[in-house]
Design a protein around this ligand. Sequence first.
Ligand code: ADP
Ligand code: MG
Length: 330
Amino acid sequence: MSGDVGDDIVVPAASGGTRLRWSALPSSLRTAVESASGSRVVAERSASGGFSPGLASRLTLASGRRIFVKAMGEACLPNGPQILRREACVLSALAGSAPVPRLEHMVESDDWVALVLEDVQGSSPRQPWDHAELGQVLSAMAALAATLTPAPIAAPAAAEHWQDEFTGWRQLAASDRAAVTELSPWAGDHVDELARWETSWTDAAHGQTLLHGDLRADNMLLTADGVVFVDWPWACVGAPWVDLVLMLPSVAMQGGGDPEAIVTSHPLTQTIEPDAITSVLAAVTGFFVFGSLQPPPPGIPLLRGFQRAQGLVALNWLRQRLGQADLARN
Ligand SMILES: Nc1ncnc2c1ncn2[C@@H]1O[C@H](COP(=O)(O)OP(=O)(O)O)[C@@H](O)[C@H]1O
Ligand SMILES: [Mg+2]
């Protein structure tokens, strides 16, 4: 799959490509999960979506109750245990005030960490996106941002959280213009301009809202009561519309329609300077494109293909916005 933006893009599954199963966890960790939950595990359904190489499974207990467990050790991902500890902090702090899964227990054994979560009775949004479900999710995101403003917990500012990641265009401008041109001749011709837009993302994203930091279809569940947002280790503080802009390339890639039409009609962006949105979009596009040109991280073989496809869609959208910006300036 190569070529300029606008080519047909094969939509990759939202999956990192590997997942641990319950039987592969150290027995001391399994025992700790079972004693915290008060019953033995008798059945497992591993989640097909998501990007961590750790365990993410619906487990049925001998008591008949179901739990959802995420677990990682350093062998699985060097900072995996730390990621789960961070997620546990965020979930405990948001319990009862935001639509997130309830954390029942966090257990540790050697360098392994497991989160025992409420098994949310729901399913991921349909793919390709269904119009009504997308509308429900977009409304739930507006409500979530209102609930999480001002941020109810201490978390890093967005500018600090993504300070290394949102440098893709500047890194590519310095080192790998040919690879950009091969992916997209238009981007190759505009790397310097894209790098300039990227530099202003920190000011643009400044704000007081607790952001999820990784919202996509595979990090939310639709239930009878509404949308539940899962997978919270990357929460950070910034402008309320940032999660929306970061998510929309995946939405467009997964058949949800024109990201520009969605962003301009969304309640969170009505008073936002268009250039602020363009800067954040440039930053995340650079992140996807730069990431897609790197070797796969250990244990997540399919990540780069997913980033590449999102990068191509994001580039298409960014090109459209920059065309409008140019017209507006002339
Ligand atoms: N509490 C939960 N109850 C039921 N299903 C869940 C729960 N949390 C996550 N899931 C499902 O499992 C998948 C992987 O979980 P997630 O927390 O996103 O892990 P990862 O960090 O691997 O992406 C999600 O895409 C979602 O479909
Ligand atoms: Mg996930």
